[in-house]
Ligand binder design. Structure first.
Ligand SMILES: *[C@@H]1O[C@H](CO)[C@@H](O)[C@H](O)[C@H]1NC(C)=O
Ligand SMILES: *[C@@H]1O[C@H](CO)[C@@H](O)[C@H](O)[C@H]1NC(C)=O
Ligand SMILES: *[C@@H]1O[C@H](CO)[C@@H](O)[C@H](O)[C@H]1NC(C)=O
Ligand SMILES: *[C@@H]1O[C@H](CO)[C@@H](O)[C@H](O)[C@H]1NC(C)=O
Ligand SMILES: *[C@@H]1O[C@H](CO)[C@@H](O)[C@H](O)[C@H]1NC(C)=O
Ligand SMILES: *[C@@H]1O[C@H](CO)[C@@H](O)[C@H](O)[C@H]1NC(C)=O
Ligand SMILES: *[C@@H]1O[C@H](CO)[C@@H](O)[C@H](O)[C@H]1NC(C)=O
Length: 548
C-alpha cells in the first residue's frame, strides 16, 4: 500500500473516531451540538412578566425558611392570602429546606390589604407595591430588613406574592434562599384586565387535577381568566341537573365533570385570583347535546346545529344557564356562535318550511338563534361573549354589552371597538397554542391594540386570550403545549407597552423567558424548551435547560 493512501485512510478513520461516528455501541457518543453558552448572570432581572415599575440596589439578603406572615388591613387576614402565603412558602423552600434560625435577614413578610371584599370581578384591582428594604448598614440585622406587600385587594396581594417568590433564589453554596439586588421597590399593575387561556375539554377530556395544575401554572404567569370550553360537538362532559341526559354525550362515563367538580374548579381558581369563564357554543358545534336529547337535532341527517325551530332548544339552553349560573360567578359567559353551517338546516324539510314561514334566510335564523340565546344569558345576569362570526354577520344587531371574541385573523378588534362593542383578541395566526409552528416570538409581539389609536376605543379591548384547542392535545402533553408560549402572551398582556415593545425582541427577553421556563420546570410544570422549532417537542440534544 503506498504511503500516501495509508495516511489518507488512517486520517479519515482517526477523524471518524474523534467525531464519535465509529465509537462502539454502549460508548458515550458525543453529540454534534456545541455546549451553548448559558447567559444567565447575576446582573439581569429574572422576573416574568416584568413589573410596571421597579428599582433595585445591590445587596443580598437571606430569607428564613420559617418566614412568618404578618397580615394587616381589613383584607390581610383573608384565608385566601394566608393560604397563598403557605403555598408560595412551600414552593420556594420545597426542595431546599435550608436552615432555620435567627440570623436571616428576612424573617417576616408584612401583607397589607385595604379591602376585605373578596368579590372577584372583571377589572378587580390587581395592583400591588412590593418593598424589600435592606439593612441600612449593609449588615445582616433582621430588625432593619423589612419586606412588605401593599395592595387594595387580596388579588393584588396574590400577584405581589408571585413576584416576591420569583425574587427568592436558592444559593447552592450557602444553601439558603436569597433575595439579590435589594433593596427593591416594585409598583405593579396589569395593562389589561382580561388575560386569558382557553382550555378545551370536549375534544379530549382533562381530569380535574390537570385543570387545577393548569390554573396553578397560570397564576405563575399572572394570567387571570380560564376560558373553559367545556362542551363541543364531540363530547358533553358536564353534568346539568335540569337536563340530566345531556352528559350521556360524554365519550365515556369516566370522562365527565360533576357539578361538584365544577364548583371545586371555580373555587380553586378564585383562590389564585383566576376567573372561570364557561362556554356553551350555540347553535353550531352542538352535536353531542343530542345524544341525550335527540329532539335537539333537526334530523338524523343534521346533527351538528341545534334545531332553530323548536322552543325546546331554547328551553335546554335556559336550563343549562340556570344551573351554570349557580356555579360560575364570573360576569362573562361565552355563547360561542362560530362556524354555524346553515346548509344542514336548509336540507332538513321541517326547518326549511319554518324558515319559509318566517321569511328567514339561514343567516337570519343564525342571527335569531344567537340573539335569543343572548337574551337568555342576559336574563341570567350575564354579559354575553360571542365568537367574531356573530359580529361579522350581524354586528349591529348584537346586544350592545356583547364582548366580541376575535379568532379568525388580525384587524377585527379595531372594527369591533369602532362600533362601540368590547373585544378580546385571540388571532389564531399568533395566539392559538394548538398551532405548533407558531414560535414564542409571535406570541410575544402580538399587540392587542394594534390599529386602534383612539383612547376611548382602546379601553374597549378587554385584553387577549391564548387558545389551547384539544384535538391533538390531552393530559399527556397539554402543559408542554401551553408553556412556555402562553407566558410570552402573558407578559404582553400584563407588562407595559414600553417593556414589551420598545426594546424589541432582544436576547434579554429570550433569556428572561428561558429562566421563567426553568422556574416553571422547578415548580413541576412540564414546560417545553423555549427555542423549539415546534411547540412541545423535547430538546434536540444535551444542554442546560436554561438555554434551550
Ligand atoms: C364587593 O365588591 C363588589 C364589586 O365592587 C360589590 O358589588 C359588592 O357589593 C361588594 N361587597 C361588599 C360586601 O361590599
Ligand atoms: C388600582 O389601585 C391603584 C392604587 O390605588 C390605582 O392607582 C389604580 O388606578 C387602580 N386600578 C384599577 C384598575 O382600578
Ligand atoms: C315558544 O316560545 C315563544 C317565546 O317564549 C312563545 O311565544 C311561543 O308560544 C312558544 N311556542 C310554543 C309552541 O310553545
Ligand atoms: C335525510 O337526507 C336525505 C338525503 O339528503 C333526504 O332525502 C331525507 O329527507 C333526509 N331526512 C330527514 C329526516 O331530513
Ligand atoms: C321577506 O323578507 C324580505 C327581506 O327581509 C322582505 O323584503 C320581504 O318583504 C319579506 N316578505 C314577507 C312576506 O314578509
Ligand atoms: C391611527 O394611526 C394610523 C397610523 O398611525 C393613522 O393612519 C390613522 O389615521 C389613525 N387613526 C385615527 C382614528 O386616529
Ligand atoms: C433589550 O430590551 C430591553 C427593553 O425591553 C432593554 O432594557 C435592554 O437593555 C435591551 N437589551 C439589549 C441587549 O439590547
Amino acid at each position: 500500500m503506498p504511503f500516501g493512501a495509508f495516511t489518507a485512510l488512517h486520517l479519515l478513520l482517526i477523524a471518524l473516531l474523534f467525531s464519535g461516528v465509529l465509537l462502539p455501541a454502549g460508548g458515550r457518543k458525543r453529540s454534534g451540538l456545541r455546549r451553548s453558552t448559558v447567559r444567565l448572570d447575576d446582573s439581569s432581572i429574572y422576573l416574568w412578566p416584568l413589573p410596571k415599575q421597579y428599582s433595585h440596589g445591590s445587596q443580598t439578603l437571606t430569607v428564613d425558611p420559617d418566614i412568618a406572615l404578618e397580615a394587616r388591613g381589613p383584607g390581610g387576614s383573608s384565608a385566601i392570602v394566608s393560604e397563598a402565603f403557605d403555598r408560595y412558602k412551600n414552593l420556594v423552600f420545597k426542595q431546599q429546606a435550608g436552615y432555620a434560625g435567627g440570623d436571616h435577614d428576612i424573617a417576616k413578610l408584612i401583607v397589607v390589604v385595604a379591602s376585605e371584599n373578596d368579590t372577584l370581578q372583571l377589572g378587580v384591582n390587581e395592583s400591588y407595591t412590593l418593598y424589600i428594604r435592606g439593612a441600612s448598614d449593609g449588615g445582616r440585622l433582621s430588625i432593619v430588613s423589612e419586606v412588605s406587600i401593599e395592595a387594595n385587594t387580596i388579588y393584588g396581594a396574590l400577584r405581589g406574592l408571585e413576584t416576591l417568590s420569583q425574587l427568592c433564589i436558592y444559593n447552592y453554596d450557602t444553601k439558603t434562599i436569597e433575595v439579590h439586588k435589594a433593596p427593591w421597590f416594585i409598583q405593579d399593575e396589569p395593562r389589561f384586565s382580561y388575560r386569558g387561556l382557553l382550555l378545551d375539554t370536549s375534544r379530549h377530556f382533562l381530569p380535574v387535577n390537570i385543570i387545577k395544575q393548569v390554573i396553578e401554572s397560570m397564576s405563575y404567569a399572572k394570567l387571570n381568566v380560564l376560558h373553559w370550553h367545556i362542551i363541543d360537538e364531540e363530547s358533553f362532559p358536564l353534568e346539568v341537573p335540569t337536563y340530566p341526559n345531556l352528559w350521556e354525550g360524554s365519550y365515556t362515563k369516566w370522562e365527565r365533570y360533576t357539578v361538584e367538580d365544577a364548583y371545586e374548579i371555580v373555587d380553586f381558581a378564585k383562590r389564585r385570583g383566576i376567573h372561570i369563564m364557561a362556554e356553551i357554543d350555540v347553535p353550531g358545534h352542538a352535536e353531542s347535546w343530542g345524544v341525550g336529547y335527540p329532539a335537539l337535532w333537526p334530523s338524523r341527517n343534521c346533527t351538528e346545529t341545534l334545531d332553530v325551530t323548536k322552543n325546546f332548544s331554547f328551553e335546554v339552553i335556559s336550563g343549562i344557564l340556570t344551573d351554570m349560573r349557580k356555579i360560575f360567578p364570573f360576569e362573562l359567559f361565552h355563547l360561542g356562535g362560530d362556524e354555524v353551517h346553515g346548509d344542514c338546516w336548509l336540507s332538513t324539510p321541517h326547518v326549511k318550511e319554518w324558515l319559509n314561514q318566517h321569511n328567514m334566510t339561514t343567516n337570519d335564523a343564525y342571527q335569531y338563534f344567537v340573539l335569543r340565546a343572548q337574551d337568555i344569558a342576559i336574563a341570567h345576569n350575564w354579559t354575553p361573549v360571542n365568537w367574531e362570526e356573530t359580529f361579522n354577520s350581524f354586528g349591529e344587531k348584537l346586544n350592545p354589552h356583547t364582548v366580541v371574541h376575535n379568532w379568525l385573523g388580525p384587524g377585527v378588534c379595531p372594527k369591533v371597538v369602532a362600533k362601540g362593542l368590547r373585544c378580546i383578541a385571540s388571532n389564531q395566526g399568533v395566539w392559538y397554542l394548538d398551532h405548533l409552528d407558531i414560535p414564542w416570538e409571535d406570541f410575544y409581539t402580538s399587540e392587542p391594540l394594534e390599529g386602534i389609536n383612539v383612547t376611548s376605543q382602546q379601553e374597549l379591548v378587554l385584553g387577549g386570550e391564548v387558545c389551547m384547542w384539544g384535538e391533538t392535545t390531552d393530559t399527556s402533553d397539554v402543559q408542554q403545549t401551553i408553556w412556555p408560549r402562553a407566558a410570552a402572551a402573558a407578559e404582553r398582556l400584563w407588562s407595559s407597552i414600553e417593556a414589551t415593545s420598545a426594546g424589541g425582541l432582544n436576547d434579554t427577553v429570550l433569556h428572561r423567558l428561558q429562566y421563567f421556563r426553568g422556574l416553571l420546570n422547578h415548580r413541576g410544570v412540564p414546560a417545553a424548551p423555549v427555542t423549539n422549532r415546534y411547540a412541545r417537542q423535547p430538546p434536540i440534544g444535551p444542554g442546560s435547560c436554561f438555554s434551550q
